[in-house]
Design a protein around this ligand. Structure first.
Ligand code: ZN
Length: 103
């Protein structure tokens, strides 16, 4: 298993996005992750298994790619793509996300 530290910031195109844990995101908004485009922030619900956090991060990154690269995915397609990339990373390349830098 190869651990990959999730960085505090991810740069896509000309924008740098900050990744943060947002407690109660699911209770308050019914989602596990959220892209705050105007604040350039990716919010992730911390209180869930790492596997769900990983797919959630991939989902939010898909939204960023939609914006930056002018791709359009509806929510079910975005989820499918996130699970597809997760399948490659987690189940085949044996990569595990390390969330220790995220606060
Ligand atoms: Zn979404």
């Amino acid at each position: 298993m190869t651990k990959v530290k999730i960085p505090k910031e991810i740069k896509v195109g000309v924008y740098t996005y900050t990744i943060i844990f947002k407690p109660h995101l699911h209770a308050d908004f019914g989602v596990y992750g959220r892209l705050e485009g105007t604040r350039l922030t990716i919010e992730i619900e911390p209180d869930m298994p790492d596997s769900i956090k990983g797919v959630t991060l991939l989902h939010e990154l898909n939204h960023i790619c939609e914006n930056v690269f002018a791709v359009k995915l509806d929510e079910p397609s975005n989820d499918s793509m996130a699970h597809c990339v997760a399948e490659l990373l987690f189940n085949n390349l044996n990569i595990e996300f390390d969330w220790s830098l995220i606060t």
